[in-house]
Design a protein around this ligand. Structure first.
Ligand code: DAT
Ligand code: MG
Length: 168
């Protein structure tokens, strides 16, 4: 068994239903270590990159609108990085099947997810499905400084004349 990292997103349906605490409690059953956490307003660009592999699916546009928060009018997701032995499988077990109707009722998606009449899986959470996906997704959602340890190799760059917001 290898030490793995995994990206978990509590999607907008999870936030609007106030399920964040429940989800984190359930994730803690996997006995992993939390490495990063933040609330993100998802841009269309980020949504498309995250679901790149599904762009030919008929439900792609609905999926993008769902993760961006357009469906639930709540424009935020909670992004979490966990690390530990066999992290990807352990988290996927707690999270459950992609389709909430097929998910084990005691899994997060089985307990809290639903399928809309239009056939969209509102399944509350995302969890990485392989080590390759996890690396791609963690690098997409987090900067190195937002994670408590360098999970992947980093490099230092110097950026000149970059505009940045600071507190006024
Ligand atoms: P997972 O989120 O379990 O890794 P996935 O990567 O195949 O599943 O798909 C990403 C999301 O797309 C999934 O959480 C919900 C949606 N989705 C997948 N298959 C679907 C389908 N057949 N109908 C509707 N939504 C689907
Ligand atoms: Mg997936």
């Amino acid at each position: 068994m290898a030490i793995e990292q995994t990206l978990i997103l509590v999607k907008p349906d999870g936030l609007i239903k106030s399920l964040t605490g429940n989800v984190i409690s359930r994730l803690s059953e996997a006995k992993l270590t939390i490495m990063g956490a933040k609330v993100v307003r998802v841009s269309r660009e980020l949504a498309i990159k995250h679901y790149e592999h599904l762009q030919d699916k008929p439900f792609f546009e609905e999926l993008i609108q769902y993760i961006m928060g357009d469906v639930h009018k709540t424009y935020r997701v909670l992004a979490l990085v966990y690390q530990g032995e066999d992290a990807i499988t352990k988290i996927r077990d707690v999270v459950g099947h992609t389709d909430p109707e097929q998910a084990n009722p005691v899994s997060i998606r089985g307990a809290y997810g639903r399928v809309t009449r239009a056939g969209v899986f509102e399944n509350v959470v995302h969890a990485s499905s392989s080590a390759e996906d996890a690396e791609k997704e963690i690098k997409l959602w987090f900067m190195p400084e937002e994670i408590v340890e360098d999970l992947y190799p980093v490099k230092e760059i110097t950026i000149n004349e970059v505009k940045k917001l600071v507190w006024a």
